[in-house]
Design a protein around this ligand. Structure first.
Ligand code: BES
Ligand code: ZN
Ligand code: ZN
Length: 507
């Protein structure tokens, strides 16, 4: 699929003072910054003055842009990395993202990125991956529907980024990491673009068409789509109920990645992503304020689609199934309604008390489908509850699970990917709240702990499988632009789930 800004990243053996890029980004530690600046000033005049003025101290996430007419790169961006022995993956990734974001905003089409001081905390292959992931993240823009002058004058079409190092062995290691980071970065940008598209463009059938196209373009990946007739035959009552009010029918999108070679007894990973292409709330309609953001209610599904593309391109030696139930939740004369009793794919019946609690009604069929496909681990990801956002804010997703080791592994993947999670409770007490008097379950619990009772509802469809739930409400979207990223979809989940699968392969 075509990228909006065509971002390419590579590593090159070159001294940064010889770089002929339209922007040179130097990532600097705060340790002995004045001394460093004096040395660097011989190569890029101006740095010593900037530091002497106190305008740049090397603090993590700080930046100073200055202009010089001495070297080949007229724009020089200093990006702080903080103290050397406190460097983390996040700091490095964000520094690269900030550099790329600034380059795109400055309309620089070439970016050279270098870390002139020696750094020892992060190995060079990992550094290559982190910088590449960061460059893709920061350079990303969404403006497909901007027309006319604003677009033509507005932004560059491509960004060519190069990581510079004078050591040949380091360049080889960086390149290795860049290959991985490039794949993950592209996959995340794809997820962001489709998530950013509005509800009148992305509906369940058009989302399915996108998934099919991604599978066609990706070796090892297949895509099957169940349409409304097939959903009826299979009695997937949850997905059908949620889609019943919309003029665009629901779909179940099934992506399968089967590597050329897999060791015996390797587990199958099942990823299930909520893709409500627009959540009006249905008959239990939402207030109008902020309703436009409910086009992002498909973000869990896109986290799964992006991850499937990444794991296939990385050729990871493990089977991964991506299951994306998709519907549009609308009120109409044909829609589901409060009071309905729905028979789900698992045969469990659910009394509907609120049509705005629709995510769990499509996920329960998706999760049960993963059970029938004999997945050993099932992870679902969804913009599921406002309650999770109230509890955790916009920096961490909620994590609930029936398995302690799975929790640990997802927490590790969160550390590696910089996509954070926070473990929240779920289990019997919360499950009790979801019991109905006239059906097996109801679709809402009490007023309190809504993220936890929603998870407890889902857990009942995973049978005896190891299952985890990631509630990504809140982390799906930047409401305004950041120093390291544009506003809109964050693509959350692609890096997290890819890291989870990668780590599983390295065990
Ligand atoms: N898609 C929403 C959750 C959401 C809210 C995501 C805000 C991102 C930002 C979900 O379908 C929903 O409406 N949940 C209800 C559940 C309630 C009716 C039990 C909620 O959170 O209010
Ligand atoms: Zn809803
Ligand atoms: Zn929803």
């Amino acid at each position: 699929m075509k990228q909006i800004i065509n971002v390419t990243v590579s590593a090159q053996k070159q001294d940064f003072s010889k770089a002929k890029a339209q922007m040179l980004a130097l990532a600097l530690f705060s340790d002995s910054i004045e001394q460093t600046a004096k040395q660097l000033d011989k190569k890029v005049p101006g740095i010593a003055a900037v530091v002497k003025l106190g305008d740049f101290k090397g603090k993590s996430a700080s930046t100073t842009l200055f202009y010089t007419d001495k070297g080949d790169s007229k724009r020089v961006l200093l990006v702080g990395l903080g103290e050397k022995d406190k460097l983390t993956s996040d700091i490095l990734r964000n520094a690269a993202a900030t550099a790329a974001n600034t380059a795109v905003s400055s309309k620089a089409v070439t970016l050279a990125f270098a870390i002139p001081q020696e750094q020892t905390k992060i190995d060079t292959v990992a550094a290559g991956r982190l910088i590449a992931e960061g460059i893709h993240f920061g350079a990303y823009r969404y403006d497909e529907y901007v027309t006319g002058d604003k677009k033509e004058n507005g932004r560059i079409k491509a960004l060519k980024a190069t990581i510079l190092d004078t050591n040949a062995a380091a360049v080889r290691s960086l390149s290795k990491g860049v290959n991985t980071g490039d794949i993950i970065g592209h996959s995340q940008s794809l997820a962001r673009t489709i998530a950013n598209r509005p509800g009148n463009v992305i509906n369940p059938p058009s989302l399915a068409a996108v998934a099919k196209q991604v599978a066609r373009e990706t070796k090892g990946l297949t895509c099957t789509v169940l349409d409304e007739k097939q959903l009826k035959q299979k009695k997937m009552g949850g997905i059908l109920a949620v889609g019943s009010g919309s003029a665009t029918p629901p779909r179940l999108i099934i992506l399968k990645y089967r590597p050329a070679k897999v060791k015996k007894n390797t587990p199958i990973v099942g990823l299930v992503g909520k893709a409500i292409t627009f959540d009006s709330g249905g008959i239990s309609i939402k207030p109008s304020q902020g309703m436009q953001d409910m086009k992002f209610d498909k973000s869990g599904g896109l986290a799964v689609l992006g991850t499937m593309k990444a794991v296939a391109e990385l050729k990871l030696p493990i089977k991964v199934f991506g299951i994306i139930p998709s519907a549009e939740n609308m009120p109409s004369g044909t829609s589901w309604r409060p009071g309905d009793i729905v028979t789900t794919f698992s045969k469990k019946t659910v009394e509907i008390q609120n049509t705005d609690a629709e995510g769990r009604m499509i996920l329960c069929d998706g999760i049960y489908y993963a059970v029938t496909q004999k997945c050993d681990f099932i992870i679902d990801i969804a913009t599921l509850t406002g309650a999770c956002m109230v509890a955790l804010g916009k920096y961490k997703a909620g994590l609930m699970s029936n398995d302690d080791e799975l929790i640990k592994n997802i927490e590790q993947a969160a550390k590696d990917s910089g996509e954070n999670v926070w473990h929240l409770p779920s289990g019997d007490e919360y499950a009790d709240e979801m019991k109905s008097e006239i059906a097996d379950l109801k679709n809402i619990g009490s007023r309190w702990g809504g993220a936890c009772s929603a998870a407890a509802f889902l857990g009942q469809f995973a049978g005896d499988k190891k299952w985890a739930h990631i509630d990504m409400a809140g982390v799906d979207l930047f409401e305004s632009g950041k120093k390291y990223a544009a506003s809109g979809s964050t693509g959350y989940g692609v890096r997290l789930l890819t890291a989870f699968v990668q780590n599983l392969c390295n065990k």
